[in-house]
Structure formats: structure tokens, C-alpha cells
Ligand binder design. Structure first.
Ligand code: SF4
Ligand code: SF4
Length: 221
């Protein structure tokens, strides 16, 4: 298996145009299929394990800007606010050159503050990390390494945001509470891990969601 180093990144404001469906992640699908089906069933109004459809339930998020606006129509502030602050996109990834399959590692970009789950020099990130990929309305729809829970992906698909997204919870802490962020899970910065050793740091959790994160509402403690 020939693996190719691939870096991800966060946002920017840029007008995009084309529309394309998001790619699926094989690791996530394999591990989370039962939960995924349950979640999809709830979203589209299908009862789990049954083939009958109910009339779709109206989302409480109808009318919110991420449900009504195309990515290209959003203001700068709206675009920026779609980021949930998970930090998953700032983990180093490996791509199988033969199959295109993406493998996440728990090694972060050198500019990621793994505690805050934020870029240490966001305004100058491109100068400091030239292969940091700026998200745009166009590439959000096609980048296969963006996690499925990413606020940009969800908005591109006009799906509901999860309960732990700051736009829903009103708090930047819930992404950590839900176990979605990389806080406490980054093993090391790329500064300290040679490229040829990245293969030893492949992990599956960045492509998955904990059960509590998949719930419709914030669980009571
Ligand atoms: S929501 Fe998470 S994966 Fe998406 S851009 Fe923000 S930090 Fe990255
Ligand atoms: S430069 Fe900043 S935004 Fe880009 S991948 Fe690194 S930590 Fe993330």
C-alpha cells in the first residue's frame, strides 16, 4: 500500500460555485453503520429496521441560514461560524495512492493548539503551512478527508447541525463535551514525527462519532 501524506485545514471566505456530492469514508461507514442507519432513519423519517416511511418530521432548524442559504450566499461571519472547532481536519492524514482511501492519524499539524483545538496563527496559516488547504464552498463539496460531522459538509448537504455545534448549543465547549473534538487525543505534533513514521500512527476515531454525539439532543447527565 503506497501512502501519501495529505494535510487538511479549516476555512476561509471565498466564493465557490460548482455542486458535487460528498465522498464517503470507508472506515467510518464500516464501524458506524448500525448507528448511521439509525441516524439516517431518524433524519428521513424511517423507523429503524423497518421498510416503511413516516411523513418527514419538520426540523427545528428550518429557517436557519445553513438550511436556507447556499454556501456561496453566506456572509463571512456565517461562513466562519459553521466551523464547530473540532480540529479533526488539522490532523495529518495518509492517502492510499492506489485506492484513494484516506487514513487519519493522531498526529497534528504543527500549528494546531491541541488543547484549544484551534490554529495558533490562523491569519498567517498559509505562510506558515503552505499545504494547509483553505476551505471554500467548492472544495467542501469534494474533499474526501473532511469528517462527515464537519459543519461545512452538513451545511453543504442542507442537513441539521448536531446538538453540540456551537450554533445550536450556544457554547464552544459542547464539541468537547460530546467527544467530537481532538482535545486530549492528539498524540504529537508533526514536528516530532518523521513522515515515514506516520503510518504507525493511523487511528480510526477521527472518522467516527461517539454515540452521545449522534443523539438528537444534548444528553442529560
Ligand atoms: S468543523 Fe471541524 S472539520 Fe470542519 S473545518 Fe471546523 S475544525 Fe475542521
Ligand atoms: S495551518 Fe492551522 S488551519 Fe491549517 S492545518 Fe495547520 S492548524 Fe489547521
Amino acid at each position: 500500500m503506497a501512502l501519501h501524506h495529505n494535510r487538511a485545514s479549516r476555512l476561509t471566505t471565498a466564493p465557490g460555485f460548482a455542486r458535487h456530492g460528498a465522498a464517503s469514508c470507508a472506515i467510518w461507514l464500516a464501524r458506524e453503520m448500525p448507528v448511521l442507519l439509525e441516524g439516517i432513519s431518524a433524519l428521513v423519517g424511517l423507523e429503524p429496521n423497518r421498510m416503511t416511511a413516516r411523513s418527514p418530521r419538520r426540523s427545528e432548524q428550518e429557517g436557519k441560514f445553513w438550511k436556507t442559504k447556499a454556501l456561496e450566499e453566506m456572509s463571512n461571519a456565517e461562513w466562519e461560524s459553521l466551523c464547530d472547532g473540532c480540529g479533526r481536519c488539522c490532523l495529518n492524514k495518509l492517502e492510499d495512492e492506489d485506492t484513494g482511501r484516506i487514513y487519519y492519524t493522531h498526529i497534528s499539524c504543527k500549528l494546531l493548539d491541541a488543547g484549544l483545538c484551534a490554529c495558533k496563527d490562523y491569519p498567517n496559516r498559509s505562510a506558515q503551512v503552505p499545504d494547509c488547504v483553505r476551505l471554500t464552498p467548492d472544495n467542501v463539496r469534494s474533499l474526501s478527508w473532511l469528517p462527515h460531522s464537519c459543519g461545512y459538509k452538513l451545511a453543504a448537504e442542507q442537513r441539521d447541525l448536531y446538538w453540540w455545534h456551537p450554533l445550536i448549543s450556544g457554547s464552544s465547549e459542547t464539541v468537547h463535551e460530546a467527544g467530537v473534538s481532538v482535545r486530549g487525543r492528539v498524540e504529537a505534533s508533526e514536528d516530532t514525527v518523521p513522515d515515514e513514521e506516520l503510518e504507525n500512527h493511523i487511528v480510526s476515531w477521527p472518522a467516527q462519532l461517539p454515540r452521545r454525539a449522534m443523539l438528537k439532543k444534548r444528553p442529560t447527565k
